[in-house]
Design a protein around this ligand. Structure first.
Ligand code: NCD
Length: 301
């Protein structure tokens, strides 16, 4: 495997390999040494966790990072093409980790340069490294990825994390409950895939409707920046909020996940319940990203 662009490119076996290596890294069983390796972090959209956890991961395995945030201080401003910028960066770094508002940007980059490219989010399309850390968090809390009932709530239309997550989980016979306002429903191309694979799903409108059946509830933020018309955002804003009072009948193993950032979709009174897992989930991102970088750079023997 050279690049990590879309969950669709990964087999079940490859997904499980990422899980195995992340677990070994967390347990301190692997001695990784990315000495002298340099990762270029190109972030053309805001990021806290993805950027910091990749930078942290690279440092923890002995590598280093250089960062470009936006294009305003780069030669793109002078009219340089994106392809030339990428080819230049590939002269300096051993791996490119890239976030862009444009769908397909990471795939394009992987076709332009010879070094590995990791998609750290491309528009509303994919966020495969988030999906891998989400699966790792699910295994850690449920002991398995197989046969789980997963509620996916929020902006299922523009949320790239849920697109990647649903595709990734599809390999493990899940039952999905998709919970969203009708304007923010899961795209048909993903639902069609699930139908083809005979995966059970239902679409619900209220976040607590079948909460007692769930092993995981994965909540997401409404992706305000992807709305073409601000009025559409005003109509759905605040339309679902998970509150502590909704958690009285949940399963013992139930966990609430969220890729973060949170706006108002999980009330802060959920944070100190045993069900909140979103901050440990963010920590798992470092182990998974150490695994991703090491595997792509051939550092795992
Ligand atoms: C997500 C993203 O950027 O898609 N954040 C993240 O990487 N953890 C989710 C979001 O912005 O809502």
């Amino acid at each position: 495997m050279k690049n990590l662009i879309s969950m669709r490119d990964l087999s079940k076996k490859e997904i499980l390999y990422f899980m195995e290596i992340a677990e070994k890294i967390e347990k301190g069983e692997l001695n990784l040494n990315m000495d002298k390796k340099l990762a270029a972090l190109l972030f053309f959209e805001p990021s806290t966790r993805t950027h910091f956890s990749f930078a942290t991961a690279m440092k923890k395995i002995g590598g280093q990072t250089i960062t470009m945030r936006g294009t305003s201080s780069s030669s793109v401003k002078k009219g340089e093409t994106f392809a030339d910028t990428l080819q230049t960066i590939a002269q300096y770094a051993e791996i490119i980790i890239m976030r862009s508002p444009i769908e397909g940007a990471a795939r394009y980059a992987s076709e332009v340069v010879d070094i590995p490219v990791v998609n750290a989010g491309d528009g509303a399309n994919q966020h495969p490294t988030q999906a891998l850390l989400d699966l790792y968090s699910i295994i850690k809390t449920q002991g398995t990825l197989e046969n789980l009932t997963i509620g996916v709530a929020g902006d299922l239309r523009f949320g790239r994390t849920v697109h990647s997550l649903v595709q990734a989980l599809s390999e493990f016979t899940p039952r999905f409950k998709f919970i969203s306002p009708s304007f923010l429903k899961m795209p048909t191309y993903i639902l069609d895939d699930l139908l083809e694979k005979n995966i059970k799903f239902e679409e619900l409108a209220e976040i607590d409707e079948k909460i007692d059946e769930l092993d995981i509830l994965y909540v997401t933020r409404i992706q305000k920046e992807r709305f073409a018309d601000p009025e559409d955002y005003e109509k759905v804003k605040g339309s679902y909020i998970l509150e502590k009072s909704m958690l009285s009948n949940v399963k013992e193993n139930f966990k609430v996940m969220h890729p973060l950032p949170r706006v108002d979709e999980i009330s802060t009174d959920v944070d100190d319940t045993e069900f909140a897992y979103y901050f440990p989930q963010a920590k798992n991102g470092v182990y998974m990203r150490q695994a991703i970088i090491s595997i792509l750079l051939g550092g795992v023997k």
